[in-house]
Design a protein around this ligand. Sequence first.
Ligand code: FAD
Length: 296
Amino acid sequence: MEEKVVIIGSGIAGMSSAIYLKRAGIDPLIMEKEVAGGQLHKANVIENYPGFEKISGPDLAFNIYNQVKKLDVRYLYDEVINITKEDTIIIKTKKEEIKTKYLIIATGRAPRKLNLENEERLIGKGISYCALCDGSLYKNKDVVVIGGGNSAIEDAIYLANICNKVSVIHRRNNLRAEDKLVEQLKEFPNTQIIYDNEVVEYITNEDKLTKVKLKDNREIKADGVFIAIGYEPIANMLKLENDNNYIIVDSKMHTSLPNVYAIGDAIKKDVYQLVTAANEGVIAAVDIIKHEKSNL
Ligand SMILES: Cc1cc2nc3c(=O)[nH]c(=O)nc-3n(C[C@H](O)[C@H](O)[C@H](O)COP(=O)(O)OP(=O)(O)OC[C@H]3O[C@@H](n4cnc5c(N)ncnc54)[C@H](O)[C@@H]3O)c2cc1C
């Protein structure tokens, strides 16, 4: 059986598309490799999403997911590993092969890695890319946050409330984060910021992270390392026209291939926010609805 519309990714962008499609009588299939909500699960507090003065990311994810489920949108929890397009679009996971007329790519982006030796092996055993998700595992322990942008400083503030000591390591001599956040961090006596330095090695003892080694050979006690050095879009499986892997779309969210749309953080754009991702989800859905209605 061929699907009419497959949406890959159940972040706010993909779920917004699904709401509009389903309400217009088109039954999309959402494919999701983790949990519905995507990056929302990493956002501690959201204060700029209209309609909610203040809401936690996971709560907003749950609200949107509930709305989608009440519309009876179908989900397939599986990772898409390949997509091909000839007459039709074929999406492959390890177990399934699904054909679809329209495809909406809403795969978002993922945290950038440092790619040091043992990093992969230590994920979940000392290395994390999400303070909000894993911070509580390091209660009263010593942690290191790598990065100097808003995300890194927000992570450090969050961790300072839980951990014994938080060291922020930044490779430049000034932080990119907003001054307000930096001032907030400095109010915590259990934090330090180390400038002009880089982590060059993870030091372990019996498979457990114990310290990090810095470029200047200093070693810092670290039960956990939180890497917050930005994001990269998820691989562009269809080799669509792109800029540094961010998919290029037109104003209707069309990619360089017919019937293939891309939305949200996966695309090349100026603003990577919830409102823009939701907006792009709606534009793609409405374009598909218009095409389908004109074919009736
Ligand atoms: C810490 C943090 C705080 C933030 N705070 C704010 C804020 O306050 N306000 C704001 O407006 N924005 C904020 N943002 C940005 C906002 O969260 C993102 O712009 C938005 O969530 C992007 O949504 P998306 O649907 O495009 O992608 P994502 O949320 O990244 O969702 C993509 C989904 O696709 C799935 N996926 C990826 N590849 C595959 C595959 N191969 N097969 C199946 N599924 C796949 C992923 O598992 C994921 O669920 C924040 C982001 C972070 C990380």
